[in-house]
Design a protein around this ligand. Structure first.
Ligand code: ZN
Length: 99
């Protein structure tokens, strides 16, 4: 199981669907997803999503459904996964550094 230790209170808890679906709406249509410590309610951001990221995510889901697809589709899936990782990091930096 995926166990998480809270940095604030050292409480150890399991990552379940109960505390992985928290979402906060930010300006510019950006959504912040976070988990919350069940003990002290400290919040930890897991990732951010914006419209562009959602589009790429939807495309990845679509390609996964038709998997195993042709080589061309597999390559595209690999490319999109790399792209989405980069986009996640860029968006995170943008939101957290206020750029
Ligand atoms: Zn805590």
């Amino acid at each position: 199981m995926n166990k998480i230790t809270c940095d604030e209170c050292r409480h150890e808890y399991e990552l379940t669907h109960l505390n992985t679906n928290l979402k906060e709406q930010l300006p510019n249509n950006i959504e912040r997803y976070y988990i919350e410590c069940p003990n002290c309610k400290a919040q930890y951001t897991t990732h951010y999503l914006d419209d562009e990221l959602k589009k790429v995510q939807a495309e990845i889901k679509r390609l996964q459904k038709i998997y195993p697809g042709k080589v061309k589709q597999k390559n595209k899936l690999v490319r999109l996964r790399k792209k989405i990782l980069l986009m996640h990091n860029t968006l995170k930096a943008q939101v957290e550094n206020g750029e």
